[in-house]
Design a protein around this ligand. Structure first.
Ligand code: NAP
Length: 242
């Protein structure tokens, strides 16, 4: 796997970092995308390299089509002997608010990163996977996109859109040995859920606690592995039984 890479968007922190480490442990070299937090991205790179694979940090805002294209295309052109076999569309934000008070910025901000981001990155990587006749695309969605959560109309809409895209794309590329799946976490302890009090929510979770990033990353690792070759178009919940 010397020249085989996994690209993890939002790989600098939280779930993304745990996914980078899980895929590194499977032997993939890792491209760690981030948008603002360079020191966190460099820390993920350091941790990945201690596992014994290559780590590369790439700064681009997935919502910015031109920036994503120019940065990723440049990397691909400079690394023509390398291939990206695994893509984890993980970058995401939360901007909660009831619909009646939701601003244009809250709506656009969440949709742009999750939905446009999915399109901007996947479109660039898919071609190589189809040519190689191998690929694993894993989209980080949320229980919110499956069940709906008040105050998250923007977030639920964005994640539900990606669940639909996962199903459709899986049907387009399955014959090329490219699988497309989604993972839907519940409440996981990261910066994103820092403002939520675990005590207030744990009554609603069967196992009685928030999850750890590694508990989601292990499912991503399974979906990326050869063992999951016959699973595609699925959304797998990892939510402790909400
Ligand atoms: P987090 O700790 O807030 O980390 C977010 C990551 O996304 C960071 O690496 C951040 O990069 C990156 N990012 C944000 N906007 C970006 C952009 N425009 N372009 C590129 N990267 C960007 O969040 P998390 O909890 O790990 O969440 C990761 C994913 O899991 C998200 O899609 C989220 O919706 C989903 N999820 C999380 C939970 C949960 O309970 N935590 C539950 C369900 C689903 P910087 O470090 O540069 O800011």
């Amino acid at each position: 796997m010397e020249n085989t890479f996994a690209l993890v968007t939002g790989g600098s922190r939280g779930l993304g970092r745990a996914v980078c480490l899980e895929l590194a442990a499977l032997g993939y070299n890792i491209i760690i995308n981030y948008t603002a937090n360079e020191s966190a991205a460099l820390e993920t790179q350091r941790l990945v390299e201690t596992i014994g694979v290559k780590g590369v940090t790439l700064r681009f805002n997935v919502a910015d089509r031109m920036e994503t294209r120019s940065t990723l295309t440049k990397w691909m052109e400079e690394n023509q002997n390398s291939k990206i076999s695994v893509l984890v569309n993980n970058a995401g934000i939360r901007e909660d608010g009831l619909m009646m008070w939701m601003t244009d910025e809250q709506w656009d901000g969440v949709l742009d990163i999750t939905v446009q981001g999915f399109f901007n990155v996947t479109k660039l990587v898919l071609d190589g996977m189809i040519k190689e006749k191998f690929g694993r695309i894993i989209n980080m969605v949320s229980f919110s996109g499956l069940t709906g959560v008040p105050g998250q109309v923007n977030y639920s809409a964005s994640k539900a859109a990606i669940i639909g895209a996962t199903r459709s794309l899986s049907k387009e590329v399955g014959r090329r040995n490219v699988t497309v799946n989604a993972v839907a976490p519940g409440f996981i302890k990261t910066d994103m859920t820092e403002d939520l009090n675990e005590k207030d929510f744990k009554k609603t979770i069967a196992v009685g606690r928030f999850g750890k990033p590694e508990e989601v990353a292990s499912v991503v690792g399974f979906l990326a592995s050869e063992k999951a070759a016959y699973i595609t178009g699925e959304t797998i919940s990892v939510n402790g039984g909400i």
